[in-house]
Write a protein that binds this ligand. Structure first.
Ligand code: F6R
Length: 609
């Protein structure tokens, strides 16, 4: 999703901004641009459709120099990817802005500004911000007041940064709806959509609150809150572990991140285990007392994180805890019935997903007992605004398609389920077997990743078709959903997941020898049922690919490809079965020559509704 970087520096800022844009690339985008107040005090701008490399190439042919500037990666919302729609947007050559979000009242503002003689060049909602700031600048004392006044007229999500020729030594930015971090370093003061963009130039970071307006000069910054009061916000030093490492010899970030999963699982698990045993105090000092009052959970999330929530529902219910799981964008607009003792659980890799953040913000006063977030980004909005944050320790995930963050979420949710299942301090009878399986999990995943699963042949079959069905029963149904999502995201093959038992109620009509049907087959109480569904597909000439526990594979006869995953303990089966499906999607995308790490149209951090 759109990425913002900007700053004020005692030296030329252009290369810092371009480097920052490269660091924002993982968020997903379709065009990029930069504007600086140049050494003659004029606004100079370059924009390009496509990769940041195209913009960088443009700058090497036609350089820009300045000490104050803003830059942007755009993920189209209003208006197609086109140079005219790329940010920064300018007003009368005197103000430039970059924006992340959606200005919901842009049409009315556009009419108003057009009537006053402002000329619109783009199809974007952002251009109204540039003109509003320019208009306010004529009436206000300075850029900060002009930005503050513009903010008052805007509705929706509108985190933006602005520079003006009338104040060539400063940058003003406002946070509303999507995150903005201030970074302080030896080379100046900066703002960006995320910390990673600023790691080379800043060591101290200040995470702005909703409604904050920050004013940067080369060596200082001031923050005003939504009420216009000058405020201090806590600064944090960056942790060296936050640095975005390279691909470490892997062809893509996604492959590297798939292979990191054994370590990620071990690290994440360690957060809440002590001597191999669960210590609920490690979730939060008051977790034991709070969890004793929990009577059920509502889990809210999107995409892959939603699939993690669906897996968690099976776990929680198996431990006797009622659970409802819903896609955040639907949940928000429904009338919810919240029973006493309900815990709100949000799950998010980024911690900034607008759809997930909104229900948390609206939860206050609705009767939830408390909120817990399972999240991979410390200091993210979800972490800061939840009562308890369970931080997954996957490290930065650069591939847009989530892999290691998902497995880390599952580990955290298994721990949460066990902690909630303790009643009056009594450990649930299943806890010991679960913890045993979880402790062994990193080594099982390592073994799996080292073995030759024979996925090349399956991937090349999938890559020749346009469709695939993923089937699983019980807790494997969300695993199948995640497998289908991975395949469609990165290989652009239409993939659908169904509960295997649902097949005969409709989707079986799709099955012929051109329809690959992927089954997951653990050794569990549904084995015989899933095998029957497999037979139904094979009887109709469907091409089956079965990912099976060794014991379950023994009961398979007949045709079809079978990938054996070893003996998989039931509590961790959703995690183990996920890995080969990630690899299947990855190899299929590679065969198809797709952009694995930055699939078309997708964004890593989805900060608009
Ligand atoms: C898929 C994927 C997305 C995200 C979804 C929610 O690979 O990454 O489906 O899971 O956009 O994002 P987070 O987890 O950041 O809230």
């Amino acid at each position: 999703m759109c990425g913002i970087i900007g700053g004020v520096s005692p030296s030329d800022i252009t290369s810092t901004l371009i480097d920052g844009l490269h660091r924002l690339e993982y968020r997903g985008y379709d065009s990029a641009g930069i504007a600086v107040v140049d050494l003659h005090g004029r606004l100079a701008r370059r924009r390009a459709v496509g990769k940041v490399a195209a913009l960088a190439g443009m700058l090497s042919d036609d350089p820009l120099h300045g000490r104050v500037g803003i830059a942007h990666t755009r993920w189209a919302t209003h208006g197609r990817p086109h140079t005219d729609n790329a940010h920064p947007h300018m007003s009368r050559d005197s103000v430039a802005v970059v924006h992340n979000g959606i200005v919901e009242n842009y049409a009315a503002l556009r009419d108003e500004l057009t009537a006053e003689g402002y000329c619109f060049i783009s199809e974007t909602d952002t251009e109204v911000i540039a003109h509003l700031v320019e208009r306010q600048l004529r009436r206000a004392n300075n850029l900060r007041e002009a930005v503050g006044a513009a903010v008052q007229r805007l509705e929706g999500a509108f985190t933006f940064a602005a520079v003006a020729v009338s104040e060539p030594d400063r940058l003003v930015a406002a946070r509303q709806g999507s995150p903005l971090v201030v970074g302080i370093g030896d080379a100046g003061c900066f703002v960006a959509s995320d910390t990673y963009a600023l790691l080379p130039v800043a060591r101290r970071f200040i995470y702005l609150e909703e409604g904050d307006v920050v004013e940067l000069t080369g060596n200082s910054f001031r923050i005003h809150d939504a009420g216009g009061r000058l405020v201090e916000r806590a600064a944090s030093e960056v942790q060296s572990s936050l640095s975005v490492s390279d691909k470490e010899g892997f062809r893509h970030y996604m492959l590297k991140e798939i292979h990191e999963q054994p370590d990620v699982v071990a690290r994440t698990l360690d957060t809440w285990l002590e001597g191999g045993h669960l210590n609920p105090d490690r979730l939060a000092p008051h977790a034991r007392a709070l969890f004793a009052q929990v009577r059920g959970a509502h889990i809210i999330a999107c995409g892959t994180s939603y699939h993690a929530g669906l897996v968690a529902r099976y776990w929680l219910e198996s431990l006797g805890i009622p659970c409802h799981v819903e896609v955040a964008s639907e949940y928000r607009y429904r009338k919810q019935v919240i029973m006493p003792g309900t815990l709100l659980v949000t799950i998010s890799q980024s911690g900034e997903t607008a759809d997930t953040l909104a229900p948390l913000r609206e939860a206050a006063g609705k009767g939830y007992l408390a909120s817990v977030t399972v999240c991979n980004v410390p200091n993210s909005s979800l972490v800061r605004e939840s009562d308890i944050a369970m931080l997954t320790r996957a490290g930065p995930e650069i591939g847009v398609a989530s892999t290691k963050a998902f497995t880390a979420q599952l580990v955290a949710l298994a721990i949460l389920a066990l902690a909630l299942a303790r009643r009056d301090g009594d450990i649930h009878p299943a806890e010991s077997a679960w913890l045993h399986a979880l402790r062994d999990l990193p080594e099982s995943l390592r073994t799996l990743l080292r073995s030759d699963l024979g996925l090349d042949a399956l991937s090349s079959t999938l890559s020749r078709g346009n469709h695939a069905l993923f089937l699983g029963r019980g807790i494997q149904y969300p695993v199948a959903m995640e497998g289908a999502l991975k395949l469609k995201e990165i290989s652009y093959i239409h993939a659908e997941a169904y509960p295997a038992g649902e097949l005969k109620h409709g989707p079986l009509a799709l099955v012929d020898d051109a329809m690959p049907v992927i089954f997951t087959l653990p050794q569990d109480h549904l084995l015989a049922k899933t095998c029957s569904n497999l037979k139904e597909v094979q009887a109709r000439g469907g091409r089956t690919m079965v990912f099976a526990d060794d014991r379950a594979a023994a009961s398979l006869q007949g045709n079809g490809d079978v990938v054996r995953l070893g003996v998989v303990p039931e509590p961790v089966a959703p995690i183990v079965f996920t890995l080969p499906l990630q690899l299947l999607a990855y190899h299929t995308a590679v065969v198809k020559g797709a952009d694995v790490d930055q699939p078309r149209n997708l964004a890593k951090s989805v900060t608009v509704e």
